[in-house]
Write a protein that binds this ligand. Sequence first.
Ligand code: CP
Length: 301
Amino acid sequence: IRHLREAADLDAENATLILDTARELARLTGGREVKKLPTLRGRTVVNLFYEDSTRTRISFEAAAKRLSADVINFSAKGSSVSKGESLKDTALTLQAMGADAVVIRHGASGAPHRLANWVDGSVVNAGDGTHEHPTQALLDAFTMRERLGRLAGLNVTIVGDVLHSRVARSNVVLLGTLGAKVTLVGPPTLIPVDITNAEVSYDLDAVLPASDVVMMLRVQHERMSASYFPSAREYSRRYGMDGARMRRLPEHAIVMHPGPMNRGMEISPEVADSPRSTIVEQVANGVSVRMAVLYLLLGGK
Ligand code: CP
């Protein structure tokens, strides 16, 4: 494949190849002394971020550098975007500087698809609007497989503000491709009607005992209309993951969150900091998975 615009760009074989490659790259570069590999020496990766990010932007930068690529970080804030320059003209400018891959985060759903028509290099979606965030889904799948040993047949429960969640959309597609069963749980106003390959429940307590994985989603206040949202206290009471709910899970089950978290809203500190939480592992795994994506898209040697 040339681009990773959405999870549907990956069939089971390609997705598994990325996860296996990430594991091998983690083995080669992991440990206390992080080693660099020469595989992308002479290649240029541009991080084109129109929306804020901590984890994704830094981990793509770390991933590219660990593969010895040159990295250009572009943030819309402080750029000529403030003078009205379009995405296309920005992309062509970066193209002229010799980008082999453009990693894009943008507030508009579909921006990576449009970008792929304008640049010669590979396009990687780092989150577009409420549409998709495929490398987050890959690092989530990697984390599940590392912790639980498999993906096929897992019961994965995704909880909360699904409506605005590009993480949820990518996870539903990728986990379906890899044979896991997904159940979406949240207030009826925050469950979209267009996701068809997942079960839906409005009762979190009912689904917990059969869940292998519970993925809590951030409540995206910045994308929220007041009419969608119950009060914070009501939301937390019905859909928040606290210690009591965590103890309803099977012993082997894990609790995930893509970050950033609203501690005390969708997840309590007791759960976020517990041994069942994979939140910090997800961040570390993100570097290995993004290395694998860049390596495979750019044909690293
Ligand atoms: N999970 C995630 O995309 O986090 P950032 O917004 O910090 O990149």
